[in-house]
Design a protein around this ligand. Structure first.
Ligand code: C2E
Ligand code: MG
Ligand code: MG
Ligand code: MG
Length: 285
């Protein structure tokens, strides 16, 4: 399918580079159509209280399946969405879909706790997020305690006062604001203290090698201690082993999520986990 290159073709022509450009363009073109073609889905990963071992929230994670490209992982899709501006309609779709699902669970009498929604930088500096969140809550008759927003540390540290102002309004409304991937973004402590946030989420890169790696142990301990001294909730992501969960619980880390408990599952999977949790509680009482 690739054209034959004659003698005059550029000597510096690099096939791998050209392929990457084409692939990027195709990804963007397909992504542009993903919403109208109904190709996006949300899956949910439960978040557990480390003391009670109960589900206290679920994180909504985006999944995209496309006929041509197959299943495209978020780490590949989100950067393209951010660079192309497509993250704005996609982010709005995620917000509406996650809040719609929160209402479905409430109507079924299921308590999943907060539905945590990942927010990309451009959504905050678009200036529309406060209004979009307010509309979604009204549309599905939700209270602010039914959702949480996750914003990455890298983004929050780079952002302008007006983006922080959007966060401040959401925080003042009573919506839980978490700093995602915490520890990877070099926050200054003085800045952190002034941010409108309730929760720090320890990045999974610091969790994977505990309790064996003493540097990561030191970092995890420090983030837990920092959260407590600032009066923030702290959650660990990427918890895969009982040893990691025990270590975190001993340190006083409040919450955790990860493959040890459950991977991200469709909404029906969350309902099943809640049912199992409830029957276990009944057996104990
Ligand atoms: P994140 O928000 O930090 O989400 C955590 C990622 O870690 C998820 O990957 C999750 O599936 C994965 N994970 C959870 N438990 C474990 C574990 O025990 N071990 C390991 N190795 N991984 C675990 P996923 O779903 O591929 O998402 C990757 C990233 O894409 C997310 O990182 C988030 O930054 C972004 N993303 C996903 N959905 C959305 C969305 O709706 N909006 C925005 N803006 N970003 C999203
Ligand atoms: Mg997240
Ligand atoms: Mg995270
Ligand atoms: Mg992460």
């Amino acid at each position: 399918k690739a054209k034959q290159h004659g003698r005059n073709s550029c000597r510096f022509y690099n096939k791998a580079m050209a392929d990457a450009v084409l692939e990027r363009a195709q990804l963007e073109n397909q992504l542009r159509l993903a919403i109208t073609r109904n190709e996006l889905r949300l899956v949910y990963q439960p978040q557990y209280d480390l003391q009670s071992k109960q589900i206290v929230g679920v994180e909504a994670l985006l999944r995209w399946h496309n006929d041509i490209l197959g299943t495209v992982p978020p780490d590949k899709m989100i950067p393209v969405a951010e660079e192309s501006g497509l993250i704005l309609p996609i982010g709005l779709w995620v917000l509406n879909e996650a809040t719609r699902q929160a209402r479905v669970w409430l109507d079924k009498g299921l308590n999943v706790g907060r539905v945590a929604i990942n927010i990309a930088g451009p959504q905050l500096y678009s200036g529309h997020l406060v209004q979009q969140v307010t509309c979604a809550l009204a549309e599905y008759k939700l209270q602010t305690k039914h959702i949480a927003l996750e914003v990455t540390e890298t983004f929050i540290m780079q952002q302008s006062e007006s983006s922080i102002e959007q966060l401040r309004v959401l925080y003042a409304m009573g919506i839980e604001i978490a700093i995602d991937d915490f520890g990877t973004g070099y926050s200054s402590l003085s800045h952190l203290k002034r941010l409108p946030v309730n929760k720090l989420k320890i990045d999974k890169s610091f969790i994977s090698d505990i309790p064996g790696d003493k540097d990561d142990v030191a970092i995890a301990k420090t983030i837990v201690a920092l959260s407590k001294s600032l009066g923030l909730t702290v959650i660990a992501e990427g918890v895969e082993t009982p040893a990691q969960a025990d270590f975190l619980a001993d340190e006083g880390c409040h919450e955790a999520q990860g493959y040890l408990f459950s991977k991200a599952v469709p909404s029906s999977g969350i309902e099943q986990l809640l049912a199992e949790q409830q029957s276990a509680a009944l057996l104990q009482s």
